[in-house]
Design a protein around this ligand. Structure first.
Ligand SMILES: NC(=O)c1ccc[n+]([C@@H]2O[C@H](COP(=O)([O-])OP(=O)(O)OC[C@H]3O[C@@H](n4cnc5c(N)ncnc54)[C@H](OP(=O)(O)O)[C@@H]3O)[C@@H](O)[C@H]2O)c1
Length: 247
């Protein structure tokens, strides 16, 4: 039986621009009746996304969160349960593709990339699992990248962190699946057509065209599809790419 998530809450960690993956995932889950707690570091951006959700008839609460701070994560998840109802989904979407040649990487750079793209996913996943185990249900979903599967310079630090995040997700799936918690990892194999890429690398879209980039709304559909799966047929890992992507 597919699950009914109405009256529950979803926490999306890593929401920035309205035209971005985190925002699209929050909107998608909210459309299905979950109260969306949108978490990122910039209140103005979170308020825009929360307003969009409310204007579409959903429920949303912006929560300024630096997910690299454990206290912020604990506060965020407790707030979601207190104000939004049982925690039915937590998405760890924060991640930023910082790149350098290996010889130019000092330890601080490598560690910072690892902290956001791996360690913080572990903290969020652990805290989500602790709370979901009480009910014996819920899904914990992680956003991966091409780099989760393949390390290419100058993305070696990012790839090592994303590969490790993937391992965290796989380990969690095996530990918590039998206890009713569905853990999923989505490999985004290509560039996302959102503000993150379009503002940092304006030439990218000119090079590959719109068809060569992933649509954040379609990515969000895939996240919700995993969340809604009946427990007798669960996906651990899904890869998504534009149809013209070379891989
Ligand atoms: N963009 C791509 O082409 C691409 C390709 C493959 C995979 N991915 C993966 O997809 C995910 C989403 O990427 P996106 O580019 O579409 O970005 P997005 O979902 O639009 O935004 C993610 C947001 O996370 C927030 N964030 C960063 N550090 C944070 C922290 N410490 N605590 C809380 N929030 C934080 C940032 O907003 P604030 O700065 O306002 O906090 C950022 O805007 C990432 O995991 C990325 O690695 C992206």
């Amino acid at each position: 039986m597919a699950k009914d998530s109405s009256g529950t809450s979803v926490v999306v960690v890593g929401v920035g621009a309205s035209r971005g993956t985190g925002a699209a995932i929050a909107r998608r889950f909210a459309r299905e009746g979950l109260h969306a707690f949108v978490a990122g570091r910039t209140l103005e951006r979170l308020e825009i996304v929360a307003k969009e959700i409310r204007e579409a008839g959903g429920q949303a609460t912006p929560v300024v969160t630096d997910a690299t701070r454990e206290d912020d994560v604990i506060h965020l998840l407790d707030l979601a349960i207190e104000q939004g109802g049982p925690l039915d989904a937590v998405v760890y979407n924060a991640g930023r593709n910082e790149f350098r040649g290996l010889l130019d990487m000092d330890g601080a750079f490598f560690e910072e990339v690892w902290r956001l793209c791996c360690f913080t996913g572990f903290t969020v996943g652990r805290e989500a699992a602790r709370r979901m185990l009480e009910r014996g249900s819920g899904s914990i979903l992680f956003t991966g990248a091409t780099a989760s599967m393949r390390a290419r310079p100058p993305f070696t630090a990012f790839a090592s962190a994303k590969a490790a995040l993937r391992a965290v997700a796989h380990g969690m799936a095996r530990e918590f699946g039998p206890k009713g918690i569905h853990v999923g990892h989505v490999v985004i194999d290509g560039m996302i057509d959102g503000d993150m890429v379009n503002e940092r690398f304006p030439a990218a879209k000119k090079n590959v065209g719109e068809e060569g980039m992933l649509d954040p709304e379609a990515i969000a559909d895939a996240f919700f599809m995993i969340h809604a799966q009946p427990r007798r047929a669960w996906t651990l890992e899904l890869d998504l790419r534009p149809h013209i992507e070379k891989f």
